[in-house]
Design a binder for this molecule. Sequence first.
Ligand SMILES: [Zn+2]
Length: 382
Amino acid sequence: MLFQDIVGNIKTKQELIDTVLNNRISNSLLFYGNTGSAKLPLAIAYAQLLNCEKIYHNDSCGTCSSCLKYNNLTHPDLHFIFPVWKIKSQQSVSDMFVDKWRDFFKKNKYGNLNDWADFVGPEKKTNHQGKIYKDEAENIHQKISLKNYEARYRVILIWMPEQMELRTSNKLLKMLEEPPERTVFILVSADPNQLLPTINSRLQKIRINDFVAEDIVEFFSTNKISLENAKQLKNITGGDLGRIAKLINEATIDEDLFEDYKSWLRLCYRADVEGAADFSNTISLKERKSQKLFLSYIIKMTRESIIYNFANKSLLQASKKEQEFLVNFSPFIHEENSCLIVDKIEKSIKEINRNANSKILFFELSLQMMKFLKVKRKFAIK
Ligand SMILES: [Zn+2]
């Protein structure tokens, strides 16, 4: 991961690069920022720079023997620690899931804890968000008691340290108090207030800012998103690049989502309560990931309806089929109810993240949508 491949956060990047160029490297750092920000990619870029053999133009070279291993996230002195799940009769440590985790990061650099849980899928058996169990502390201890294989700095990167069990935290604190030579701990957190204060106070803090609309335009340069469009996406998602990437990619790939949306909106329009119950039943049997995708898709289509209503059709990200549907349905989704709809959907996504009963949730949402669709426009715009 090179710094130049990560959009935004220009000042923070330069400050990080300067610590390496001026040899002021802290042995315990905390990269923190909101979900969907660049904290994890930046932490990995920083670890790579610490070990690059030929720093070039203020960035890792990408081609030295250290960088080649870092490009694949397989450097023997780069250790990833992250939330995992218990698998019967074995130690529950990150090493057991590390291939999957590398794959996850390569496909979804801005993903969150729920995305990771969904990515692991049924293999994880239990449905919580994953934990960093006490076994992990012993595992880290073993890693740092050996000499570095080859790197200038061994890196222990802990993603989502807020998921540590208390016993793990206590043991980690001891390691941070007596850090071994040539070892850098990098913690990457969405909510550092959940860390033990004694750990928190030992870390040098790097705040990672949310993406701004210009960053989003740059990130999707090949998709040619307008600044206006990027601003809307930022409003809908709070600048969460993981979710924006999903919304953008769905525009072209997901036929099923479109069919589901169409039948759901029609039954809400007809105020078909029995149909809503059937629909809720069916979708509640799907994975949480699919349920959230469906909800994100409703947000996307709500946004498209608004664009359609206000006539600047060049901003539409909709496919041909979606546009045909919008012709008939956009009069019912407008400036008077769109915020209510998006608000309700955002709340529903949060509730699914908290493991709400999705059958009840979708039924209630459908009833609400029936009401929203009855809201009349104050001014008709032709
Ligand atoms: Zn290099």
